[in-house]
Design a protein around this ligand. Structure first.
Ligand code: ATP
Ligand code: ZN
Length: 721
């Protein structure tokens, strides 16, 4: 009897066997409906030989209920999912779930969305009036409207009944407009043209080749890779551009529109349900030709992919830190290999791992050593904060303040960078010394003045700022300590009362619409001083911005993990790269307490090569990635002693006889409490030649953990907290 092996989307269930149903064709990749007990669940038909299961007797086999009228998951994507599951030691079901759409995208049924009718009811509660104001110009399902308006679903339903909101049918299939590769081809400078030719040739030849497009900030990497995207479109195929954050989609989509005449299909967490559904379907049918997305766009079922670009390829946000812990840059290269297409890693600050690959010749490095259009790279200066001490409760040194003042006089823009949201990272009681901590995490609460809240940046807890100390009860004793961007904005406003200041963080420009308004206002020249977090350190091109001030260069060096130096270097080169991109030259001031730290000296000398050579040597000597491999094991649970004993048990079971494999720990994690769960860590270190997947399987495969303890395996970790 023939059987169908069906991978469920539930990791605990894994794959199950079913009998086919007459008249329903279900080759591997087909998305099917199958019975499970009294329920019906979704699964994907898989090659039986690639996915072993416990055998079921023929007699017990149930038939599948049917197949969805949706394109199948392509074979190359199935192989990518298998590779990802194996490499990252994750359940295949969890990986495949990332390739799947929401259930509503699987049917052609229309989706009902709602929008304002324009009708204004006579009697309106203030709450309803406020909700209506927030919904102007919006359309979405009830749940989305409720979210935007900050009210319950019931309130929205009530407004529908009252005729204030009306239903609209959103079609399942919307064919995206076709990008035109001949719309406005760029006139590339010779260096750009040479790099582009190499990538375009690989696109046309349909050959896998990883490219490291290494161009200084402002060298025109985007124009350069868009020409290979054009080649992919010209050949009738699809192209994918991955970005590290959704805030960057806006500037890129504008440039794509200028180049190809239309905006791309975007894929990120901010999409409406109907947009997500039609994007998935258009991508799966090959109708969406150009997709710009966050890392999750990597697992979509492109049937006809010809080119993958990973822009800002050094960004650590390509590493997913929940669910399946994968690194999108590495998975992108693997997808390119399986699809036989080139993968372009574009960056001004190649990550050390990619540099090593380029040295070995595994990646082809293409360099753009100078800025486009003759602009020069900015000059960089370090200001020693021990010498130039800002006045009490201030954080900007005299040299930086003077430099900003000069820019304002000349009508130029300045950017102050501090990678810390909120007003102050710590609130302290002057009377009893209490530091206000998160009850769920081992972390301080961060004061946000804009929203008048104390917030935990780990678990999202937000509470009003108390009037009295929660510990000793004294009034007016709580003081903010240290700066966040909001506090820098306050200081800037105090020092430059006339200046127009814009605060740019995920709190203020988090959505594409708000990012758009922000870019418009800076481009119009409505802003003198931009103050922001890492969100504005890359991707933006503001020609009148000539000064960058790094408020606290020491911040990224804290924590001291494997990549702290590299992270500092990248971050400062990126933000420095926002200065002087037009005709006027740029200058960068780095405030630091450690002007002699090798990374600061390298930045001032603009000596990337020297800095990286030393870093590579240090990693090679310690056999750290990419010369060796790491796997972090994190145990967590609500009961500390259970977590600790589970961690000890895993530590005791660690393989001892594997050559060039060792385990450090267990020990309580630096972030020992997170979202109410206690955490202990172990770190496994292995030589490259060790089959880590196999060793971990033998070690962890048979361990029985207490029910309330969870084990997370993080392969090639970026986070060590
Ligand atoms: N061939 C070209 N023709 C016209 N304009 C160009 C060309 N190449 C680059 N530019 C312009 O030069 C500016 C800098 O280019 P771009 O932003 O692509 O640099 P980048 O290398 O991506 O920089 P970063 O890494 O700093 O974001 C942009 O305004 C871009 O439109
Ligand atoms: Zn918390």
């Amino acid at each position: 009897m023939t059987r169908l092996r069906v991978l469920t989307l539930n990791a605990a269930l894994g794959a199950l066997d079913y009998a086919p149903r007459e008249g329903v064709s279900a080759p591997p990749g087909t998305i099917v409906r199958v019975p499970l007990g009294p329920r019906e669940i979704i699964g994907v038909v898989w090659e039986a030989d690639l996915l072993p299961v416990k055998p079921v007797e023929d007699a017990k086999l149930r038939k599948i209920n049917g197949a969805f009228d949706a394109p199948p998951l392509p074979e190359r994507l199935r192989r990518l999912c298998e590779w990802t599951a194996r490499y990252y030691y994750a359940p295949l079901s969890s990986v495949v779930r990332m390739a799947m759409p929401s259930p509503s995208a699987l049917s052609e049924k229309t989706l009902t969305e709602y929008r304002l009718t324009g009708e204004v009811p006579r009697r309106l509660t203030p709450q309803r009036q406020a909700a209506l104001d927030l919904l102007a110009g919006r359309q979405g399902v009830v749940r989305e409207l409720a979210g935007w308006a900050g009210v319950s679903d019931a309130v929205i339903r009530g407004l529908v009944k009252a005729g204030v909101i009306e239903p609209v049918e959103a079609p399942a299939d919307v064919v995206p407009p076709l990008p035109d590769p001949a719309f406005a081809p760029a006139d590339l400078a010779p260096g750009q043209a040479a790099a582009s030719a190499r990538m375009t040739e690989a696109v046309t030849a349909r050959r896998f080749e990883p490219f490291l497009l290494h161009g200084v900030t402002g060298s025109g990497k985007t124009e350069t890779y868009l020409e290979s995207v054009a080649a992919a479109l010209e050949s009738g195929g699809q192209a994918l551009i991955l970005l590290p954050e959704i805030a960057l989609t806006e500037p890129l989509e504008r440039r794509i529109e200028a180049r190809f005449g239309v905006r791309p299909v975007s894929w990120h967490s901010d999409l409406r349900q109907s947009e997500r559904r039609s994007a998935w379907r258009a991508i799966a049918k090959g109708e969406a030709r150009l997709t710009v997305g966050a890392r999750s766009a990597l697992f979509l079922p492109y049937p006809n992919l010809r080119c993958i670009v990973v822009d800002e390829a050094h960004e650590t946000s390509f590493k997913q830190e929940d669910g399946v812990l994968y690194h999108a840059r590495d998975v992108a290269v693997m997808r390119g290999k399986l699809e036989s297409v080139p993968v372009v890693l574009a960056t001004a600050t190649p990550p050390l791992e990619a540099r090593v690959q380029a040295e070995k010749g595994t990646y082809s490095e293409l360099t753009l050593p100078s800025r486009y259009g003759g602009a020069s790279l900015p000059t960089i200066e370090a200001v020693d904060l021990r010498e130039h001490v800002p006045p009490a409760q201030n954080f900007l040194s005299q040299p930086l303040v003077e430099a900003v003042g000069e820019r304002i006089e000349r009508g130029e823009q300045s950017l102050l960078f501090l990678n810390r949201r909120g007003y102050a990272p710590l609130t302290l009681c002057r009377h009893c010394g209490t530091r206000i901590e998160c009850p769920n995490c081992s972390a301080w609460l961060v004061e946000h003045r804009l929203t008048r809240r104390l917030m935990c940046h780990h678990c999202g807890l937000a509470e009003p700022v108390p009037e009295t100390c929660p510990e000793c009860g004294e009034a007016d004793t709580l003081v903010p300590c240290g700066p966040g961007v909001e506090r820098i904005a306050e200081e800037a406003a105090r020092r430059f009362p006339e200046a127009r200041i814009a605060l740019a963080t995920s709190d203020t420009i988090g959505s594409p619409a708000r990012a758009r308004a922000f870019v418009d206002s800076v481009e119009r020249g409505d802003v003198d001083i931009l103050i922001g977090t890492q969100l504005i350190t890359k991707g933006y091109h503001f020609p009148d911005l000539t000064l960058v001030g790094v408020v606290d260069a020491d911040l990224a060096l804290q924590g001291g993990d494997l990549r702290a130096g590299e992270r500092t270097f990248q971050q400062i080169v990126q933000v420095a790269g926002r200065a002087g991109r037009g005709a006027k030259p740029g200058h960068v001031i780095i405030q630091t307490h450690q002007p002699d730290a090798p990374v600061i000296e390298a930045l001032v000398r603009a000596d990337a090569e020297g800095f990286y050579a030393a870093e590579v040597e240090a990693r090679r000597e310690a056999a750290m990635p990419p010369f060796g491999r790491l796997a972090a094991l994190i145990l967590s649970g609500p009961d500390e002693s259970n977590v600790a004993s589970a961690a000890r048990m895993i530590g005791a079971a660690a393989p001892r006889s594997v050559d060039q494999f060792s385990v450090i720990g267990p020990a309580p994690a630096p972030l020992s409490l997170l979202r109410g769960r206690y955490r202990h860590r172990l770190l496994a270190h292995a030589a490259r030649r060790v089959d880590l997947d196999e060793v971990l399987g033998r070690w962890l495969g048979n361990i029985d953990l207490p029910r309330d303890v969870r084990l997370t395996v993080d392969i090639d970790p970026y986070s060590f907290v």
